[in-house]
Design a protein around this ligand. Sequence first.
Ligand code: PEP
Length: 252
Amino acid sequence: MRKHIVAGNWKMNTLPAEGVELAKGVAAGCAAVPASVNLIVCPPFTHLSQVAEALKGSAIAVGAQNCAAEAKGAYTGEVAASMIAALGCKYVILGHSERRQYYGETSETLNKKMEQAYANDLTPIYCVGENLDEREAGKHFEVVKAQIEEVVYNLTAEQFAKLVIAYEPVWAIGTGKTATAEQAQEIHAYIRQVLAAKFGAAAAECPILYGGSCKPSNAAEIFAKEDVDGGLIGGAALKAEDFLAIGNGFAE
Ligand code: PEP
């Protein structure tokens, strides 16, 4: 059985004290979420350490929202994967559409970031997804295929066994528009097929999360689909109650 994962991407939100309070709220309520669901929170870099400390001993894992493409050195403003790992983080989100769109992240950069993540024992949550024009032009399949072929296909079988993928249609992120459960299933199944073309049977084990305006009211319907293994949650992850309710979207 594939892992079920609900990961919160806090983006550039919360000051340290607010982040710690939010994390504690998630920890306080997580016993109500099925034990089979892996909860992850991804705060800003500035309070990764405090949130990791606050969650010590809980079942909730901590991830970063990005990492540097290089190991260390003269890269002003960057944060190395080794630094993230040293704080007790287990995950790193890579290739989020906001980073591709606003910070020009390319597959070339992402290949280097993936290497850094694996070298430091971080599990990448690799994001793929098409924008609205691409969806309307019927190009969503080819867009996600290229995003996978250009990066994920470069992984070894051992690395792939640790990978988490998040399908996030850009037109659904922060817009309140959610892909229908059927649209999510259709493309998740396709992604799994693209993964299987390279990695064979191991593709059946890769968790593929849905992201894009996922909330307590729609999570259960989306998570019920065969190839949807959880969610990457933005806005709704900023309220412990909503994040936990999404975690409860899995039927036990
Ligand atoms: C995201 O950016 O990862 C995301 C899914 O955001 P939201 O849930 O706010 O659409």
